[in-house]
Structure formats: structure tokens, C-alpha cells
Design a binder for this molecule. Sequence first.
Ligand code: GTP
Ligand code: MG
Length: 242
Amino acid sequence: MKTTIVIPTYNEKENLPTLLENIFALQQENLNVLIVDDNSPDGTGQLAEKLKEKYQPYLEVFHRPEKTGLGRAYIEGFQKAIDAGADIIGQMDADFSHPVNKIPDLIAAASKGNIAVGSRYTKGGSLDEKWPLWRKALSRFGSIYSRTILRLKLNDVTAGYRFWPKQALSAMPLDRIRSGGYVFQVEMSYLAHKLGFQFSEVPIHFAERVAGISKMSFKIQVEAAIQVWLLPRRYRDIQKLV
Ligand SMILES: Nc1nc2c(ncn2[C@@H]2O[C@H](COP(=O)(O)OP(=O)(O)OP(=O)(O)O)[C@@H](O)[C@H]2O)c(=O)[nH]1
Ligand SMILES: [Mg+2]
């Protein structure tokens, strides 16, 4: 089974080398990483090219000419991973918010055909203590809110740490997805649910980014909350597949 973890990067030069070191130290069989860099001004893309020599043939780097959002970066990365023959496709942030040591559990869950979600809101999951209360409350509320509106059987709807079986990911209408950030994660959850796929939540501790600057804001989360209401209408034609 070939696994490819797609990691989008934008100004992550401080995190990338250690992250890759930790991932490849797992010695997981046939584990590959695809970095999708949007021409980061801090030179993350060039750094990734250098690291390729160290980890070949398990590291690939895909350079996009400009930053057009996390959603697009993921979708193009997913497509490349599928085309390169991955059986399981992972998605993960570069900033150490997603614990590397859960990769084997997530791969195991995805290999059973479910969408494996590294979850903060399932039994045993947790959030960084350093987050301000407003951010914690909004994140938790956002998940319950989207789950209720969209009737999902998933506790962590905005999770960005997921491992997809190829069958599930290739059944998704990826070319119709326009949103980025939080809504992207919710949209992917909703589509997977509509197609009839099941989620399997693996508890994680979500840590605040180790280095680099946070781009999170109250505004982003409020915008996301509004977008959620529009999803059922946009995807009313999607039929159950499994
Ligand atoms: N290629 C690409 N990567 C991006 C883009 N925006 C964010 N990323 C990467 O996507 C991952 C998640 O973004 P983050 O900035 O950590 O978003 P967040 O976790 O919501 O917020 P903070 O960690 O507080 O900044 C990181 O690896 C980023 O480097 C983008 O437009 N293009
Ligand atoms: Mg982050």
C-alpha cells in the first residue's frame, strides 16, 4: 500500500526540515510526502528542493506559481498523489499542529476504507491549552454547528488532518470545490458524507503552531459559518455512491 501525505506550505521554512525528519523517522512502509508550495516568499520551496535529495525517492515537491488558497493547493496535490498511484492520501499541516506520531493509526484506519480523521473532539482528543478562550469556543461551536446543519456523523468537522482511501478521494467532485480554509474541510466532509463514506476518528492533541506566524482570525471563522448554509443547495445533485 502506497501512502502519500500532501503537505501545503506557505512560509514554513522553520518547520519543514524537522517535520520531514520526524515523519520519515517513523519508518512507515511506503510512506511518501508531497509538498505543495505556493512560491513562499521565505524560500520554503527552494528548501524543499534541497531536502528532496536527502529523502529521495520518498519526497516530491510541487511548486505553484502563486498563492491561490489552501483548498486549491490541496486539490491539485491530491490529484497528483492519485495520479502517482497512492492508495491512501493524507493531508496535514506543516506547522506541527498535527501530531506526527498518529500517522500509523490514521493509515491503519484509512486502509479499512473509512476516511480517517485526526480529531480534537472525539474521546481522548484535545486542544492546545495556549489557545485563547474565544478561539477554543469558536472552534468547538463551529464543529457542532456544521455537524448539526449538515447532519454529519463526525465530531471534528473542520479537522485538517485526514487520511483518505483513494476510492473515496477519487469519487469526490474535486473540480467543483471552490472554498479554502475552514470551509474547505467542511465541504470535503459534507461531500464524503453525501457520497455515503464513513468517518473514523482518531483522537489527537492539536498543538499551536511551533514556529511562524498565525493567519487565523475571528473574521475567517464567521465567514465560514455563513458558507456552511450554502452547501446543501450547491450539492443537491450529489447521489449516494456507497
Ligand atoms: N500551499 C499553500 N499552503 C498554505 C496556504 N495557506 C496556508 N497554507 C499551509 O497550510 C497549512 C495550514 O495553514 P495554517 O496557516 O497553519 O492555518 P491554521 O492552522 O488555520 O492557522 P495558524 O496555524 O494559526 O496559522 C500550513 O502548512 C500552511 O503553511 C496557501 O495558500 N497555499
Ligand atoms: Mg496551523
